[in-house]
Design a binder for this molecule. Sequence first.
Ligand SMILES: [Fe+2]
Length: 162
Amino acid sequence: MNAVRPPAEPLRAALHHVAVETADLDNCVAWYTEFFGGTAAWTLDEFSDLTRSRLPGIVRLTEVVAAGTRFHLFTRSDDYTLPQPDVPQFQHLCLAVPSAAELEQWRARWQRLFASGRFVFARPDPPTEIVVDDDKVSSLYLYDVNGLEFEFTHVPAEAEGR
Ligand SMILES: [Fe+2]
């Protein structure tokens, strides 16, 4: 077992962006912009040698700024195939919202955009119900247009640090 040792000197870091791979960049940028209420800040179609070696076939990347972070939405050329399912990846991304009532609003917005028929969803499962645990922490799970899972949570002050 690894013993946990306090670091000699704490280093600082904060979330900067979340990278999302998509087969349809226009669909993805449109949904992220409208669902998260964000703006498309910039688009790249030329990449460094390092980026091209890490993400073979990358052709376009758009940054959408929303929900207190940046989403780097990118797509690859048609001949690129998705990674094998046994490649380790993050399972979901969780965003905190300031009140339990806002979870209902995010859920309703997802349903409204889905019902509009303007987006193509890889996985058309509806959002979950809003679940509340014993500490009064509420959570909602939903999928983006690519089938990536997002959690939205509200953690009341009395449950912080539990
Ligand atoms: Fe979670």
